[in-house]
Design a protein around this ligand. Structure first.
Ligand code: ADP
Ligand code: MG
Length: 703
């Protein structure tokens, strides 16, 4: 049989093995660079949450520098995630001078462990007065250092937390780490109640699916709205977009696939386990999903995924749009956060287990999550509140602004049995009893999917789908971890005292789960989350539906939230207020940028183009008159009138928008922009295509 000649690319296995993690100072690399006792101490810090031994910092720093220099890095940087939702870095070179003024490369333990970026310009929500402007970065040894490359240089990036002088968190990582610690300790406690907790180290995991759009760079640069706001403020949906559903999972065009190949390579080099790549629902929309990891690492990696997507797109003369709603009238982009807790020997604790006891643990965690989501639906909604997501939630294939849980048919049935207390009834052809000793193995059915739910159980994890594509997952995960910590705490308080009495334990657990379901089943919904009917139904059930960002942010600082975050040591009241204030401020700033961009585009692009259209029409009419041609004059006059009327409308609407902006009236600003858009979009549909001053949706979307 004829075999293909070996590919020019060589063996993919060799290639992947060679590049995977090559730019990461991971455990394996560390072992090679560190003396054995130092390596072991560091390992304990990373694996067991032990305090870092300050004595080893110098040796680790030295090893890191040696490795980084070999990798071509001349600089190091503490890499952190300030409250504006991006990443930040300040570079220092390894260059130092000895007492005689000669060059000596140096990286001390002190420089590794702590940094003092002059970071007075980051938003701190009043946490750090500018006169004490310094914030401190502190090394996070649980996320490995990595090399960031440009074509002509490289930098060693050290993941760090960012705090104020008084130790208040000025970043997204610190509360995440605190919440991971809280929820994993509580899950461990739960396992102990079931006699399973000894020496078990529970982990909190996240798999973040990332959706994005790609547009051609040349076209992008002709759209001030895309450049300033990351989304189009004007533009008509083309006749064909996503109706045929032919893009989702469709064959990937070469130009895009070449980009994706480069993205995967860059991510693998950084030790990011990129797994899945495919077309998404809208034309020009795609998704990348790495394999899930410990949340802290997964969040850092997702920040890098976004950066790699942007940079790689640029190399391919494209722009990667991470905005939640770059194009009105079609699919927006989300970042599904797959959340679970895991323990060695169990795998995911949200996996229906292989024996009755594991199943009871699973059902308890499931019910704890249901209760948490119902009691703090407003907080989860707040965790995804941002202007971009406001356009996405509840519009075109995006989860609604109402938080609800989808469990799937199999679990719905189980839950119903528990609620009725008639646990002896048959369920999925098996006898049910929730008691620890008698619960049967639950069949796992992941084929059961409801794409319209904001919070769906998908086999061995919950998938929080409301998170926006441009958002960091850190805060939504912090909130989810914290609310589940609370319910687990309550459950453990009941189960712990009776854990050695199996009979009482079983009956109490049965009762407990039954009560939870009875009290919180309103949050369970398996119908169409996109439908109007659900909005009414949810209202009847008393579920919050908060479409607007500012309203959605408010519960962040409710007494209930403040008490919750304080109780579990995740965010202090001041830190929480700071987060609320910063998110609110970001909303106003982004809204203003959008409104100003809209005005600018109307005055400098659309009005001149439409005026030119009118000039051409009236010139044509004059010529027709001169030539004595009557045919066509009526149509031309009608068109000129139509264009003229809309042209007259524009300055009036601009004026109204300006007034709203002066007053700072967000509702009126959003209203004003929407009205302006209708006029411009109508004009787009009746103006000569070659007079239209910006690329259309059709041009942007079909790469
Ligand atoms: P979808 O069908 O929703 O597109 P994918 O398979 O593309 O799902 O992505 C699912 C994501 O969930 C991946 O990142 C995957 O690694 C992650 N995942 C799988 N199991 C778990 C788990 N137990 N905990 C957290 N994330 C998980
Ligand atoms: Mg998904």
């Amino acid at each position: 049989m004829h075999t293909n000649p070996p590919s020019e690319l060589g063996n993919a296995a060799t290639f992947i093995a060679e590049i995977y993690g090559q730019d990461v100072f991971n455990m394996e690399t560390m072992r090679g660079y560190l003396p054995r006792p130092v390596y072991k101490k560091l390992l304990a810090t990373i694996r067991k949450d032990e305090k870092l031994d300050p004595d080893i910092a110098n040796e680790v720093a030295q090893a890191m520098m040696t490795w980084a220099l070999e990798k071509g890095a001349s600089h190091y940087s503490h890499w952190f995630q300030p409250l504006n939702g991006s990443t930040a870095e300040k570079h220092d070179s390894f260059v130092d001078l000895d007492s005689e003024g000669n060059l000596k490369l140096k990286f001390s333990g002190k420089s590794l462990v702590q940094g003092e970026p002059d970071a007075s310009s980051f938003p701190s929500g009043g946490l750090r007065a500018t006169f004490e402007a310094r914030g401190y970065t502190a090394w996070d040894p649980t996320s490995p250092a990595f090399i960031k490359r440009t074509t002509n240089g490289a930098t060693l990036c050290i993941p760090t937390a960012f705090c104020s002088y008084k130790g208040q968190a000025l970043d997204k990582k610190t509360p995440l780490l605190r919440s991971m610690s809280a929820v994993t300790k509580m899950a461990q406690r739960l396992l102990s109640c079931f006699g399973k907790g000894d020496n078990v180290h529970v982990g909190a995991d996240l798999g973040a699916e990332q959706e994005y759009f790609l547009v051609d760079k040349m076209l992008y640069e002709q759209r001030p709205d895309l450049m300033m706001c990351g989304r189009t403020l004007f533009g008509n949906v083309p006749p064909k977009h996503q109706q045929m559903e032919d893009h989702y999972f469709g064959s990937i065009k070469d130009r895009v696939l070449e980009f994706m190949v480069d993205v995967d390579e860059a991510l693998w080099k950084l030790g990011i386990p990129a797994k899945t790549r495919h077309n998404e629902v809208a034309p020009g929309q795609f998704e990348i999903a790495p394999i899930f990891e410990s949340q802290n690492l997964a969040v850092d990696h997702n920040m890098l995924v976004m950066e790699v997507l942007r940079k790689t797109a640029n190399k391919h003369n494209m722009v990667c749009l991470l905005h939640e709603k770059p194009f009105a009238g079609m699919n927006g982009s989300g970042k599904h956060n797959n959340w679970s807790l895991s323990a060695p020997g169990f795998g995911s604790l949200l996996n229906p287990g292989s024996n009755p006891q594991e199943n009871a643990i699973f059902l308890t965690l499931l019910c704890a999550t249901i209760k948490a989501v119902d009691e703090h639906a407003d907080l989860l909604r707040a965790s995804v509140a941002k202007i971009g997501n406001e356009h996405r939630l509840g519009a075109h294939e995006a989860p609604p602004a109402i938080i609800s849980i989808f469990l799937g048919d199999m679990l719905d049935e189980v839950i119903e049995q528990i609620e009725k207390g008639s646990t002896k009834k048959t369920c999925t052809q098996k006898t049910m009893n929730i008691g620890v000793d008698t619960l049967p193995m639950l069949p796992l059915d992941t084929s059961d999917r409801n794409r319209t739910s904001p919070f769906a159980f998908t086999g061995n994890k919950f998938e929080f789908r409301s998170v926006g594509s441009s958002q960091t997952c850190a805060w939504p995960m912090t909130v989810l971890n914290t609310i589940v910590t609370e319910t687990l705490d309550e459950i453990c308080n009941i189960l712990e005292p009776i854990k050695d009495d199996p009979e009482q334990f079983n009956s109490t657990l049965n009762q407990l789960l039954q009560d939870i379901i009875r009290n919180h089943k309103r949050i369970l919904f398996s119908g169409d989350g996109y439908g109007e009917a659900w909005v009414k139904e949810a209202e009847n059930r008393g579920l919050p539906n908060v479409p607007r960002t500012i309203d959605a942010l408010a519960p962040l600082v409710s007494e209930k939230s403040i008490a919750l975050f304080e109780k579990y040591g995740v965010v202090s009241p001041v830190e929480l207020h700071a987060r609320h204030d910063i998110q609110t401020e970001i909303f106003y700033k982004e809204l203003n940028i959008e409104a100003e961009t809209a005005v600018l585009m109307v005055e400098t692009l659309y009005i001149p183009a439409v005026t030119e259209q009118l000039t051409q029409l009236t010139t044509a009419l004059t010529q027709m008159n001169k030539a004595g041609i009557t045919a066509g004059t009526q149509a031309t006059i009608a068109r000129a009138n139509r264009v003229g009327e809309l042209l007259d409308t524009l300055p009036v609407q601009v004026e109204a928008l300006r007034n709203a902006m002066d007053k700072g009236d967000t509702f009126a600003i959003q209203q004003g922009m929407a009205e302006l858009r209708v006029t411009v979009d109508t004009l787009e549909s009746i103006t000569d295509a070659n007079l239209w001053p910006v690329p259309t949706y059709a041009e942007l979307l079909f790469l």
